[in-house]
Design a protein around this ligand. Structure first.
Ligand code: GLP
Length: 236
């Protein structure tokens, strides 16, 4: 595992963007696994800037996002599809038809989940997966559990995750309690993983995940078994 300490959120974001840009420079048609949350916002801003400066070309890139809230449509400002369009896809030259986010409004969510895994398999897996980490150690929306789930699946969000996400919603009742998320199979199948953890509040869980026991109680701890993980963190 490769640890990079950044002096600020900006430095963390640009370091992550440089790694993503290097990936697509090396392989123009790379498959990027993308994440939401506040952590990658700066990374996406840096990537948008790099595109504007002609330092990154996304024309042949495909993206697959980790997760989506159940019940939120693409038009809902709190949906992860909306987030991705607004914060990244609208600012770069990725083809909209090459961007994938699980559909949280699918009539049959189990089928949507199976099709998402089939899509990732058809794409040949993920070249570089960007991850944030939840305060309870979740990655994507793989919440602490008794076992790791391999497949894309529907999950109940933990009380702490609902609490953490409430800041984005006008009313408490609007915060979704379920999500559809990539499982550990697709995440661990990525050729490279890039995890970003910003700020003091992530320090304790990051240490637990990277140096503690490998357990589904701390979902990100499974990353200790992956051969190519870069962690960029800042403590400010
Ligand atoms: C959400 C996302 C995760 C993300 C986490 C941390 O729960 N599903 O993918 O890593 O939040 O969010 P933040 O970066 O805002 O701390």
């Amino acid at each position: 595992m490769n640890f990079i300490k950044a002096e600020s959120y900006e430095a963390l974001s640009c370091a992550a963007a440089e790694i993503i840009a290097a990936q697509i420079a090396e392989k123009k048609n790379a498959v990027l696994g993308l994440a939401t949350g506040s952590s990658p916002l700066g990374t996406y801003a840096c990537l948008s800037k790099m595109y504007a400066e002609e330092r990154a070309d996304f024309s042949e890139v495909t993206s697959v996002n980790l997760d989506e809230y159940v019940g939120l449509s693409a038009e809902n400002e709190q949906s992860y599809r909306y987030f991705m369009n607004k914060n990244l896809f609208d600012h770069i030259n990725i083809r909209p038809e090459n961007t994938f986010v699980p559909n949280g409004c699918a009539e049959e969510l189990a089928r949507e989940a199976a099709e998402y895994d089939a899509l990732i398999a058809r794409l040949g897996g993920i070249d570089l997966q960007l991850l944030g980490i939840g305060l309870d150690g979740h990655i994507g929306f793989n919440e602490p559990a008794e076992f790791f789930t391999k497949e894309t699946h529907v999950t109940e969000l933990d009380a702490s995750t609902i609490e953490a996400n409430a800041r984005f919603f006008a009313r408490r009742e609007d915060v979704p309690t379920k999500a559809i998320t990539m499982g550990m199979g697709a995440i661990m199948g990525a050729k490279k993983i890039l995890l970003i953890a910003n700020g003091k509040k992530k320090r304790e869980i990051l240490e637990k995940a990277m140096y503690g026991k490998i357990t589904p109680r701390v979902p990100a701890s499974i990353l200790q078994l992956h051969p190519n993980v870069t962690v960029i963190y800042s403590e400010i």
